[in-house]
Design a protein around this ligand. Sequence first.
Ligand SMILES: [Zn+2]
Length: 421
Amino acid sequence: MMKNCKLRDERIIMDTLVDALRHETCPACGHHVAVPFLEPSLQPLATVAWPRSPSEAKSMRMLPLDFVRCVECGHVFNAAFDYSKVPYTRKPNLMFNKGMIWSGEIETVRRKILERLPEKPVVTEIGHGDGSFLLGLAMDRPEGTYIGFDPHGARRAEHPSVRFHAALFEAKRHLPEFRPDLIISRHVLEHLTNPLGFVQGLSFSAACVGGIFELYIEVPCIDRAVETTRSVDFYYEHNSQFTTLSFERMLGRCGVEIRTIGHIYDGEVIYAFVKLGCCREQVHTAREASLFRDRVRESEHMIAKQLDDLHKSGKKVAIWGGTGKSAAFVNHYQADAVRFPLVVDSDPNKVGTYVPGMGQEIRFRDWLKDHPADVIIIPPQWRAKDIMKEMIRHGIHAETVLIEHDGRLVDYVHDDHPYRL
Ligand SMILES: [Zn+2]
């Protein structure tokens, strides 16, 4: 009896969880299934708004909190977050850095960083805020160069080795320009809509640029908040809340080598040193994509010229197929209805409709029995064999059948290609 009750209760819990399923993309690991984590509510901005009167405070805009949890990595995020609603441009995010224990922890982090750096390091910080962290490094090791990037951060540096740029860090430009020994990102990722994409982009750029680039990341960790049912961590500006697992999963998907990972501040903050750019295959794929695009661009000119020559030759041309790949061919190479009015299809269902974008009427293939074409172009190469057999079966003849192969139109019967009968 007890066993039956327990099974029934478990069944109900399982059904409830299934009902709770939300299709939301996890900003940390990219998984697409999440479940509600907190009841949805409305709250004003918590850290970047600085109301100057009770009435201003009470009339603040209410923003939606809809925190869900990724079932794959445990990351907690606000599914209703909209970055544009956080006015970083007007109100900088001033982090309180002066608490005694916190200051001590920051000093510990600084030491960890300095231990890894050469005598004259080049360090960049993405989102330097008030600039105090870079300044602290510069005071400890003044021979180095310290460059902060933050569109809304401190502008004037009070140390000759420190420079601040009121701009976003652009990996493509700034990695080769500064060749930093270390890139620092402290308490930035939890504010981003797509922290996974941010680190992936840095790593890919580092792989493309070449060289060894190390990144230090530091974010709040909500392990203890979850364990102890603490809800105050979940406010609008911190839309993306890392657990130890979600932080590791994110890094595991970024093409980086994790060198050190650990916690500070009683487990409330997690950090990692990672080597960027461990994703040579991605560079290979990107190069392949670039070559493909170049070759397609070249073939566009070639095939457009071949089509033009065909039209000028006065030969009667039919295009076999009016939708899908054939429609893509017609549009891609601008085989317009004036020069190439004849389009046929094997599928009677398509007859009487028109080629998307260009407007040729699609006729049934048997039209070619009474109105033979000199040249038939078959855009979908993989169907060419079938269509050739269909032509033979139904007594449809043409002087030449052309398919697209390797950047040009080739003769199906006489030229070399992999789609033979
Ligand atoms: Zn996740």
